[in-house]
Design a binder for this molecule. Structure first.
Ligand code: ATP
Ligand code: MG
Ligand code: MG
Length: 350
């Protein structure tokens, strides 16, 4: 049996480890923090920092392939691991997804539309970017942002100085504000041999910058739905990608714009756990382990809802709801804004 190395022991690592176990594989999780969610279910856990060369080496040697649950793994750790075992998805994709300027440049270079954007490193660049793009706009740090953190809205040019201050000197990108009618995402997979499969696009609703619900099917005409899937396939093929990717898109009357890509299983793909025979976690493990992809066709309509912070108190009531599957991450402390679990409400396919 093979062992899958997973960098990161959060809820995504936990659900990947469950999927690996169901396929008769072992999961070895590497995580700096003690008692992470994945520790309950993984075959083995290494608790060590990403600059512990000896621990990283031993980890890599103990597994057959290495994957990850988050993008921001230090380059030095990846260099060390890659000298020993393959990393899937690949390094190029990680580098692109870690940096919004690289990401948008790549997407535009393969012919995909994004919001208008410009790299911004100082007040003069912000002024000229605002001149070209106009307000409203959003200034985002190029690296390390998630759940809407590291972003500042510029409603009028007078907001520019405060927005730049909010970046704390970090390199940024200015994006034109997209008046989207809907946000969707495509969770797509590509196998070692190039086979591509995509789950049905999901319709996403955010609350306070954090994903609140994903609903399938997205309320889109069939032509837009296939546009979305074709965009995802083009990205995966261009990157010679192996694994599952989340592709976030804005729907506008003029067509689809790519917001960002995540080279991993994605929160907006959790509905697949109860909507498909093979979910995103199994699909990812299959791909990185060199298996053929499974059947990700959708058998039910689903609404996934995140349980954040105090939402965890709703679990006793949710537990008696018909058609509701509960997925909890085993986190002890329900801090505000913390993802504690999610539910999938399923309905017969409409
Ligand atoms: P994630 O947790 O998905 O990684 P993130 O912090 O990387 O989030 P984005 O996905 O870039 O941030 O933005 C978060 C949300 O803010 C988007 O889902 C969308 O609702 C809104 N948003 C971001 N960029 C734009 C834009 N250019 N125009 C309009 N809305 C936007
Ligand atoms: Mg992001
Ligand atoms: Mg996002």
């Amino acid at each position: 049996g093979s062992t899958i190395g997973i960098l990161g022991g959060g809820q995504l690592g936990r659900m990947l480890a469950v999927a690996a176990s169901r396929l008769g594989l072992r999961a070895h999780v590497y995580e700096p923090a003690a008692n992470p969610p994945a520790a309950d279910v993984a075959h083995r856990v290494t608790t060590a920092s990403y600059d512990d060369a000896a621990a990283l080496t031993a980890f890599a040697q103990s597994v057959d392939v290495v994957t990850y649950e988050f993008e921001n793994i230090p380059t030095s750790a990846l260099d060390l691991i890659e000298a020993i075992r393959p990393i899937r998805p690949n390094r190029r994709t990680l580098a692109i997804s870690q940096d919004r300027v690289e990401e948008k440049g790549f997407l535009n270079a393969i012919g995909l539309a994004t919001a208008p954007w410009a790299a911004v490193n100082d007040a003069a660049e912000l002024e000229s970017a605002l001149g070209a793009i106009g307000a409203p706009a959003i200034l985002k740090t190029t690296r390390l942002g998630y759940d809407g953190k590291g972003q500042a809205r510029i409603m009028t040019p007078e907001d520019a100085a405060a927005a730049l201050t909010a970046m704390s000197g970090a390199p940024a990108v200015l994006e034109g504000f997209v008046p989207f009618t809907m946000e969707i995402s495509v969770i797509a997979a590509r196998a070692l041999d190039g086979q591509v499969a995509a789950f049905d696009p999901g319709e996403n609703v955010h609350r306070d910058g954090i994903l609140h619900t994903t609903t399938v099917p997205a309320r889109l005409p069939p032509a837009r739905r296939s546009d979305a899937v074709l965009i995802a396939a083009r990205i995966l093929n261009a990157l010679d990608y192996v694994g599952v990717m989340g592709v976030e898109l804005f729907v506008t009357p003029q067509g689809l714009l790519v917001n960002e890509i995540a080279p991993r299983v994605h929160n907006s793909g959790h509905w697949t756990q109860n909507g498909c025979a093979v979910d995103q976690f199994e699909q990812h493990i299959r791909a990185v382990a060199g298996w053929p992809l499974g059947d990700g066709s959708r058998h039910s309509d689903v609404t996934m809802e995140n349980l954040i912070g105090d939402d965890i108190d709703r679990v006793p009531a949710l537990a008696t709801e018909a058609g509701t599957a509960i997925h909890l991450y085993g986190k002890a402390e329900a801090r505000a804004g913390r993802k504690m679990g999610h539910i999938n409400r399923i309905r017969p396919r409409g």
